[in-house]
Write a protein that binds this ligand. Sequence first.
Ligand code: NI
Ligand code: MN
Length: 221
Amino acid sequence: MKITYYGHSCFMFDDGKCRVLTDPYISGNPLTRISVDDVSTDYILVSHAHGDHLGDTVDIAGFTGATVISTVELCGQLIQPEGIKNMAGNIGGSLKTPFGSVKYVNAIHGSGIPGGLACGFVVEMGGKKIYFAGDTALTADMALLKDEGIDIALLPIGDYYTMGPADAKRAAEMICPELTIPMHYNTFPVIRQDPDAFAESLREEGLACRVLEIGETLNYG
Ligand code: NI
Ligand code: MN
């Protein structure tokens, strides 16, 4: 299982058979290292419709033929009118996919569209369970994820729009993942954070944390 970080909340999961991209905010990201044209993927997970998450979804799905996985409201308003393949589920639901499954979980955040809800995802792929939190506040619901046996938790630490480092640390303590990777920081001045200090604070509690450089790929056993 390979996990590549493209900055902000954009990751690529690749199990050697299938590729899944999350919240592809690439062309607008001042810290980006890749061109949208270079992106190739089979699926795109979209947590909500804010511009730094929906990002280049429509563009990338258009030229790759990728399937978009998001909520009923987001797909109905922004994806289906473009004629893009999609799987439109909702919070609490689990979808079977060719690479494994995607479960929609609660996120405390605006959706960016009328009538919608933001969400996070638990992705089962390549024998691993990954929790992609999306944009969210700390919420007691995260304690439920401990029973899921999360291998990797991708948590926002930027503060201002989402959890900051202190609440993200509390989230990691509730979820107890094998590994935590911080996201959603330093893209804009108001979400400037020190990811290494966050990682150290987790290690002091016996929790593994890995900071990925933009463009870096983690090979996860
Ligand atoms: Ni947002
Ligand atoms: Mn955001």
